[in-house]
Design a binder for this molecule. Structure first.
Ligand code: ZN
Ligand code: ZN
Length: 403
């Protein structure tokens, strides 16, 4: 715990309490009402703090007014969990220390419990230091990151209006505690989820000439779609396209040719042009393929949710490299860390205001390789010391921009 400020170290036990409470009470979906109430109660009664809750039960905005007039700098912490059953292995810290999820169907497996606790702790540290700073610190406690676009709702509600810069961090199991990963430009990929529905004439398996065979059409489409990646895009374009859902007919009626067949998948890219190209080619390939199977096959494509690329501002990242080097040695501070094909709705905030998302190492140096699992895993178990580095990183940013 080198180079962590005394006031943060003194607050460590309390920040752990926040993290453990949120961890054992996970909430999934577009709203996190109990988490919002819990966060709100940690700021109650403090003067010079303005609490707004424009997203009602979903999100919370806490403004901390500093001594002198100045710019508004915002920090985002997402609050939602995932639908999975948490590990009950004895070695898993939440099990060992009795703060495992109280709900067997939900778990904070993406570290958003850590993000929320870091943001509360950081807010309280800033509150104590507010006489040394100028401007306003805005804490954005964001709902529904896992597919619900909570960040976009906060942008649409106007919470980024008038904000100079916005920052966020994400727990990163591929980095060890005390390490931070920065990157200029696109850091997280865009994500598009799609469902393709093919409809036409159903019929008897014995008389395919009287039907239009939607199952054959879907099979051909799934195969042909991979040619977007191999033939329609350059080998230098980074992208992935995967089909994760197929549905048609009934397993008890395998002699029936169904009139409807569906499949769905996802594609991810780091470039808007590549993203648009895949969208266009997906439509072309599905429509043309359908017609080669039968003129009566009709195609409908529905996009269920999309996040744009998470694009960090180059100048802001350059500055973060200098600011973080005040407390992280150069061998632990990665200034050009590898991008990820994961997606983040913080992208919407970065479209509105220049800022950056950085990755916070959460894996203990001593952890054996077999237990180094990634996010969304039932045994995801971040080292709580990372809370200190998260709060310190945010504090360094605030002092750098607001002193
Ligand atoms: Zn996640
Ligand atoms: Zn996440």
């Amino acid at each position: 715990m080198k180079n962590i400020d005394k006031d943060i170290l003194e607050h460590f036990e309390q920040i752990k309490i926040y993290r453990r409470h949120i961890h054992s009470n996970p909430e999934v979906g577009p709203e996190q009402p109990q988490t919002v109430e819990y966060v709100k109660s940690q700021f109650k009664g403090l003067e010079d703090i303005v609490i707004t809750h424009g997203l009602e039960k979903a999100g919370l905005v806490v403004d901390i007014l500093c001594a002198k007039k100045g710019e508004t700098i915002a920090f985002r912490g997402d609050m939602d969990a995932l639908n999975l059953c948490e590990s009950s292995e004895e070695i898993h810290l939440p099990k060992k220390e009795s703060f495992r999820s109280k709900d067997e169907t939900k778990m904070h497996a993406c570290g958003h419990d850590m993000h929320t606790a870091i943001l509360i702790g950081f807010g309280q540290i800033i509150y104590k230091n507010r006489n040394k700073l100028k401007g306003k610190v805005r804490l954005l406690f964001q709902p529904g990151e896992e597919g619900y676009g909570g960040a976009k709702q906060m942008v649409d509600a106007g919470y980024l209006d008038g904000v100079k810069n916005v920052f966020a961090l994400h727990c990163w199991p591929n980095l060890e505690v005390g390490q931070i990963g920065l990157r200029k430009g696109a850091y997280f990929a865009s994500v598009n989820h799609f469902i393709v529905k093919v409809s036409g004439i159903g019929g008897h398996g014995a008389s395919p000439e009287k039907a239009s065979d939607q199952v054959l059409a879907v099979s051909a489409m799934i195969t042909n779609l991979q040619s977007i990646l191999s033939r329609r895009l350059s080998g230098l374009d980074q992208r992935v396209l995967s089909i994760g859902y197929v549905n048609a007919g009934n397993q008890n009626s395998t002699g029936v040719l169904p009139s409807i067949a569906k499949f769905g998948g996802t594609f991810r890219t780091f470039d808007v042009k590549v993203q648009e190209k895949i969208k266009e080619e997906l439509k072309n390939i599905c429509e043309y393929t359908a017609k080669t199977v039968h003129p009566s096959c009709e195609v409908e494509i529905e996009y269920t949710n999309e996040y744009p690329q998470t694009i960090n501002n180059d100048e802001v990242v350059e500055n973060l490299g200098n600011v973080f080097s005040e407390f992280i040695e150069s061998n632990n501070l990665f200034k050009e860390y590898i991008p990820t094909l994961g997606a983040e709705d913080f992208s919407y905030m970065l479209q509105k205001v220049p800022g950056a998302l950085f990755l916070l190492g959460v894996t203990p140096k001593t952890r054996e390789e077999s237990r180094r699992v990634f996010l969304h895993h039932p045994a995801f178990d971040p080292d709580e010391e990372a809370l200190l580095y998260g709060v310190q990183a945010f504090k360094k940013i605030a002092f750098n921009l607001m002193s």
